[in-house]
Design a protein around this ligand. Structure first.
Ligand code: ATP
Ligand code: MG
Length: 253
């Protein structure tokens, strides 16, 4: 893993927000390097600054101090070609599956647009639904459209902020497996925010655990388990225990 190039590098990133006469310290001295093609989960309690960190990494917020670089270049504003921000309700309700995917690559030559769109629609398992509109799709299928949209633009990095939060638990499991299958074929760099410990262990190569606000890196845990992961294995339980320890949560259920 160390042979991989660093893709996204956070250096001493801190963020405060003004709050009445005081300031709210949300993130403190975040140092983190994400490798090219790596799948990293950011795990932490609600309010610890995970979304804020993704917003900074996407150029939507400025850090109070510190820097974020992608391929060595300073992030100083949003850039749709470099970063795809996966949104829970990001697809256009008025456009078909096909158009939702093609919209992201409309600057490319027409012949290429077709090839790209069909390729990613097939990859996410929506073949035959090209003409369907979002209202005709289930929640999981809408998420597949969003994944297809992300892959179509071949961004350097994909940011996902609790993307499967609104899905039922069975569909979430399926989507996690699907996301990993798809990630394995294209290997984009993914930063995936979650506060679900199991979700993080099921999908990530590496989990960065944040402390409660102000968010600091409490620890980094590798998940060296093959996919599909055996959720009842000792190795899985050991990682879960380690994560709960870092989160300061007593696991007694
Ligand atoms: N634009 C803003 N102005 C002021 N305060 C903000 C702003 N954005 C976020 N905050 C505050 O920063 C803190 C961290 O918010 P953030 O959304 O990053 O947390 P989070 O870790 O993503 O939480 P959750 O898991 O609940 O989504 C919160 O206390 C929030 O109120
Ligand atoms: Mg959040």
């Amino acid at each position: 893993m160390s042979a991989r190039e660093p893709k996204v590098v956070f250096e001493r990133v801190s963020k405060t927000f003004p709050k009445k006469k005081e300031v709210l310290q949300v993130l403190q001295d975040i140092d983190l390097s994400v490798a090219e093609g790596e799948f990293v989960c950011l795990l932490g309690p609600s309010g610890c600054g995970k979304s804020t960190l993704l917003n900074i990494a996407g150029g939507f917020e400025e850090p109070t101090s510190g820097t974020v670089r992608i391929d060595g270049q300073l992030v100083d504003g949003p850039n749709a070609r470099r970063v795809f921000v996966f949104q829970e309700y990001g697809i256009f309700p008025w456009a078909s599956v096909w158009d939702n995917v093609v919209l992201g690559v409309r600057h490319r030559p027409r012949s290429e647009q077709h090839e790209i769109a069909q390729g990613v629609i097939d990859l996410v398992g929506l073949t035959g639904f090209e003409k369907a509109y979002p209202m005709e799709l289930s929640g999981g299928m809408k998420q597949r459209v969003e994944v297809a949209r992300a892959l179509a633009v071949s961004p350097d990095v994909i940011y996902m902020d609790e993307p499967f939060g609104a899905l039922d638990s069975l569909t979430r499991l399926t989507m996690r497996a699907e996301l990993i299958r798809i990630w394995n074929t294209r290997k984009p760099t993914v930063l995936f925010v979650t506060h679900d410990v199991d979700e993080a262990i099921q999908i990530a190569e590496r989990i960065v655990v944040f402390s409660a606000r102000p968010g600091r890196v409490a620890g980094v845990v590798d998940v060296p388990l093959e996919h599909p992961r055996d959720l009842s294995s000792h190795a899985y339980a050991d990682i879960k225990r380690e994560l709960y320890g870092l989160l300061g949560v007593v696991q007694a259920v």
